[in-house]
Design a protein around this ligand. Structure first.
Ligand code: FES
Length: 137
């Protein structure tokens, strides 16, 4: 036979679960999410004087990117591989970004050249802010 304390604990838990479900249902019915849907975009500044050989790296929320001063205009790419999120590195000899995990490769504009990555490297928005580039993503 259950002790009164155990029954009371069970009823408390059941009531708590019911209240949580009811609150989530009411919020959903009102079109409100209890959790934020998406973080707003972050912006990083990369000083134009920081470019070495036309490249500089930075990070957005701790996620590294590369900014390249390409002839057609600045290009910013996430350095996170689209296969399993390893970090790619630029290989000057191959003129490609190479992923060390499964040897996926990407061309200078982030397009998949070989290996398992299912999508190109993510492009980030770049705006000219005078003495710096602003990278947003
Ligand atoms: S994580 Fe980059 S190729 Fe698999």
């Amino acid at each position: 036979m259950d002790s009164p304390a155990t029954r009371r604990d069970f009823l408390g838990l059941a009531l708590g679960a019911w209240a949580t479900t009811a609150a989530a249902g009411a919020a959903a019915a009102a079109g409100v999410s209890l959790w934020p849907r998406e973080e707003p975009p972050a912006t990083a500044r990369v000083g134009k004087s920081a470019l070495k050989d036309g490249r500089a790296t930075g990070s957005l929320r701790g996620v590294p990117f590369v900014l390249v001063a390409a002839p057609a205009g600045p290009l910013a790419l996430s350095l996170v591989c689209t296969h399993a999120r390893c970090l790619v590195k630029w290989n000057e000899g191959e003129r490609r970004y190479v992923c060390p995990c499964h040897r996926g490769t990407f061309d200078a504009e982030g397009r998949v050249v070989s290996g398992p990555p299912p999508a190109p490297l993510k492009r980030l928005a770049v705006t000219d802010a005078g003495d710096a580039w602003e990278v947003t993503g």
